[in-house]
Unconditional design. Structure first.
Lengths: 230, 467
């Protein structure tokens, strides 16, 4: 018998005895999840509030991004987007841009007029590592947590959004979602069943608290995360 | 050779009196408590969320066979190779086999407690491979040749001075007391490793049955790099990490972050559904998932304690445990420390040898109360005590309770014992805390309350006479 069969047989044998449902043990208090028979359909009513209007959610995203030490800017037009990028290019002395093909990224790179390293169709890791900034698009923004949702399809693969020291996300305001359940519903609707092999919620720049629980940004990933939302 | 219990007692005694250690832990956990409570209060209904999480895990664990089969089917359908390991030895052999087949030299590893459980690093070292821990805390303890102090904060017991010292010694860096500088040193060293490593190794926080994905929660980006750059990726996952549905993560990711570090969501929550797919630009050519049993099915067979397989390894029970806060993580001598470690270890490594951990508890219940998936932790410590006594009753304990039962059931014997106690108490100071003291376990570090000069019965009789 293979180990697979051994393990599954042990599991089936073990499960012939039923275990009590949690929250029904001797002296614990039961808080029945209202309006749902288990599962996650009712999750929204327990997670932090996100507000109902677009404006409320935008403000929430802004607040969360600030708390996470990410830079978030709502830009009114492509001109303003390009202006912001040029400012950043000057301030940080960008030399080379890592990016991928996309409507917004193509526009941005055209404006920046810098050498680029495109990840579409393969790239040299050392070259990508030497980029001063990565400019990517995304799948969605999540107001509840201030997260940027990316996949290997929307953001130029797995490494682009984590390797260079500064990650600039170009988003559109119609991509703003309310809460996490909405984000998972979005992923399902967009990709199921052929999901990309990599999906990630990016919540602020890379960080660590491993030394005396003191917050340090830029542990292994980008030190800086900028979200420009059109 | 000391037994695990003797070693525990010795270390616990030493660390409890170590004020520097206590200071470090109190600062670290003090900061954690503040942010955790802040984040928790953002939830509309935390208790209902806990109940829902507990029920979801109950569903997953009590239908584990079906969900595992679904999970593996989905993973395999997209080109992932799935391996099953009944024991730690098997898991190590499978992983070594993959590494040898790939003719790999360097393995870059992101944090995985399951790999500590099967002593993977030692096995890889012995086989002549270079293994680099990439999580900053794990990297530090690896350089110090220690095991992780805490399942979430591996280097919580170290000051920046000690970290700078080990970096200077092992990496040749200039001494510094800035956490930014220290992080930068590690970042520089590890960057090269990601680029040159042949194999990226990770653990798993959740396995999603519905979609066949591995979910990895982290803050630093090291797991993402380990999963992006090396040509081969290996994930080791305990079979209990299954969640039924993709959307279950909408609850479990924020709960894990809230209880683990106090964040609303950690920096990167990534889901891996296979090796690089057609049309994708990067990622490993091969993806291996190793499913580990290592006595989890034995725990599953214990219906009473089955819920300890619900554990999502957030570390919240360690952080609130008065015993953990005093004796620290290394004292346990186990992979998993704190209340959950005290519950699991007797199952993973043998009840008799590790039953002492069931007594490393004040039974205050803080762990049970904080657990996001409602594991009945402090009751399980009692269950382990009972099981240990049933399996191998201690002679002295049995005798003591027989004697107690005899005395307490006979008023004349009780009266005699009281009088004897009051009489003998006068001589107690001569032997107090010494090897001859019958109450030594208590009096070594504490005062024994004196027996009252007069019993209630004597008082009452005197009062009636006085009338």
């Amino acid at each position: 018998m293979s180990e697979r069969e051994n393990i599954l047989a042990r599991i089936r044998e073990a499960l012939t005895v039923r275990a009590p449902m949690p929250g029904h043990a001797q002296d614990s208090v039961t808080h029945p999840p209202a309006g749902s028979g288990g599962g996650s359909s009712g999750v929204r009513q327990w997670l932090p509030l996100v507000g109902y209007t677009f404006q409320e959610r935008l403000e929430l995203f802004r607040t969360n991004a600030a708390a996470l030490k990410a830079d978030f800017h709502l830009v009114a037009s492509r001109d303003e987007l390009s202006e912001r990028l040029l400012e950043l290019r000057e301030a940080e002395g960008w030399k080379k841009v890592g990016t991928h093909a996309g409507e917004l990224t193509d526009f941005a790179c055209g404006q920046l007029a810098l050498p680029t390293c495109r990840t579409d169709g393969g790239y040299d890791v050392a070259e990508l590592e030497s980029c001063s900034v990565a400019i990517t698009e995304c799948d969605a923004l999540v107001a509840q947590t201030g997260s940027v949702l990316v996949t290997s399809r929307s953001a130029g693969g797995r490494a682009l959004s984590v390797l260079p020291p500064h990650h600039v996300v170009l988003a559109q305001s119609r991509q703003l979602l309310g809460d996490l359940p909405e984000a998972f519903a979005f992923l399902k609707k967009t990709y199921a069943p052929g999901y990309p092999s990599f999906i990630s919620f990016i919540t602020g720049p890379s960080r660590t608290g491993d030394i005396e629980r003191i917050l340090v940004l830029g542990a292994h990933g980008p030190r800086k995360l900028t979200i420009l939302c059109l | 050779m000391k037994t695990a219990a003797q070693e525990f007692k010795l270390q616990a005694g030493r660390l409890t009196a170590d004020l520097r250690h206590r200071g470090l832990i109190q600062t670290a956990l003090g900061k954690y408590e503040v942010v955790r409570d802040q984040t928790k209060s953002g939830f509309q209904d935390w208790q209902a969320a806990r109940q829902a999480a507990a029920q979801t895990k109950w569903e997953a664990i009590n239908h584990l066979d079906a969900y595992l089969v679904q999970f593996v089917e989905k993973l395999e359908s997209r080109g992932t190779k799935v391996h099953w390991a009944s024991t730690g030895v098997q898991a190590r052999e499978i992983i070594l086999g993959i590494i040898r087949e790939k003719k790999a030299k360097c393995i870059v590893k992101s944090k995985a407690m399951t790999s500590e459980e099967i002593h993977l690093n030692a096995a890889l070292d012995q086989a002549g491979f270079e293994v680099v821990e990439s999580d900053l805390g794990e990297f530090i303890v690896q350089l110090r040749k220690e095991t992780p102090y805490h399942i979430v904060f591996p280097a919580m017991h170290l000051t920046r001075g000690e970290i700078s010292e080990v970096f200077a010694r092992e990496l040749g860096s200039a001494p510094t007391d800035s956490p930014e500088e220290l992080t930068l040193i590690a970042r520089r060293v590890l960057r090269q490793k990601y680029i040159t490593a042949d194999v990226g190794f990770t653990g798993a926080n959740f396995g999603i049955a519905e979609t066949g994905m591995i979910s990895i929660t982290e803050n630093e980006g090291n797991a993402r790099l380990s999963a992006a750059l090396p040509k081969t990726m290996v994930t080791l996952m305990g079979i209990e990490k299954i969640l039924p549905r993709f959307e279950d993560l909408a609850l479990f990711l924020p709960m894990l972050a809230t209880m683990g570090t106090g964040q609303a969501l950690t920096c990167y929550n990534s889901f891996y559904g296979g090796p690089r797919q057609p049309g994708e630009t990067d990622g490993p050519d091969e993806y291996h998932v190793v499913l580990l049993d290592n006595r989890r099915t034995e725990l599953l067979a214990d219906a009473e304690q089955r819920d300890s397989l619900h554990c999502i390894r957030c570390g919240a029970c360690l952080n609130v445990c008065p015993i953990f806060k005093n004796v620290g993580g290394h004292t346990y001598g186990t992979t998993y420390s704190g209340p959950i470690g005290s519950v699991l270890t007797p199952h993973l490594r043998g009840l008799q040898e590790w039953k002492h951990l069931s007594f490393a508890s004040s039974l205050c219940g803080a762990c049970t109360e904080t657990c996001p998936v409602k594991i009945n932790l402090h009751h399980h410590l009692l269950h382990n005590r009972r099981n240990a006594a049933r399996q191998q009753p201690g002679f002295a304990e049995k005798l003591a309770f027989r004697l107690f039962a005899f005395v307490i059931n006979r008023p004349w014997a009780y009266g005699l014992a009281k009088r004897a106690g009051r009489l003998l108490q006068r001589f107690h100071p001569w032997v107090k805390g010494g090897p001859l003291d019958p109450a030594r376990a208590w009096t070594k570090t504490r005062e024994l309350a004196p027996i009252a000069r007069q019993t209630f019965k004597e008082y009452w009789r005197g009062r009636q006479l006085g009338k």
